[in-house]
Write a protein that binds this ligand. Sequence first.
Ligand SMILES: C[S@@+](CC[C@H](N)C(=O)[O-])C[C@H]1O[C@@H](n2cnc3c(N)ncnc32)[C@H](O)[C@@H]1O
Length: 219
Amino acid sequence: MTRTTESITPELYAYLVAQGEPVDAVLTDLAEETARLFPDRKGMQIGPEQGTFTTLLTRISGARDAVEIGTFTGYSSLCIARGLPEDGRLLALDISEEWTSVARRYWERAGVADRITLELGPALDSLRALPQEPQFDLAFVDADKEGYVSYWEELVPRMRPGGVLLADNTLSHGRVVKESETSPAVQGIRDFNAHLLGDDRVTQVLLPIGDGLTLALKN
Ligand SMILES: C[S@@+](CC[C@H](N)C(=O)[O-])C[C@H]1O[C@@H](n2cnc3c(N)ncnc32)[C@H](O)[C@@H]1O
């Protein structure tokens, strides 16, 4: 019988989260404040186990220079920043002043604000304005799904060999395999996943973490 990943029930998910490193007060408060201020948007934030995974991966990879596309209220950026060394740098890209103003407060509270530069504006413009040379050790993509392929094409040449790329929501809540789902966001993810299959600059795996997390290594 072929092995598959276990289906995660809400009960099993709660157990899984409870077995990980406990989430500290800063991240707990950030998740709670996000849910209070933006109840319709709280699902955009990565979950606690993905946050810990991101911090660990940042540390394991030895990343010093990181970039995030899609910051929202700062949960994932805080997790990346915590995995960086003290002289590490994270460039955080987003279009929303309102959402990222929450992020700024929590970066201060967590003592990592000096590692993070926030740039507001369309992320594609921000990426294209960067020098076209390898400069990042880690990238996290979590913005508009229609833009993933374009972000990827700007990112890969700017990654150092051995650099780590992460892309969130690559299962689209299961909609990637439903033919009736034709929204631009779902199609954007399908296009992205197919794009990576033909990309021999990287080696990648799609992990069943959160809503699907693609992990790739720049060869
Ligand atoms: C799913 S949320 C990011 C969640 C965040 N990574 C976290 O874990 O809390 C997506 C973010 O992408 C931003 N975004 C959407 N389109 C964008 C664009 N064209 N350029 C930059 N940011 C964009 C939104 O403002 C939003 O904050």
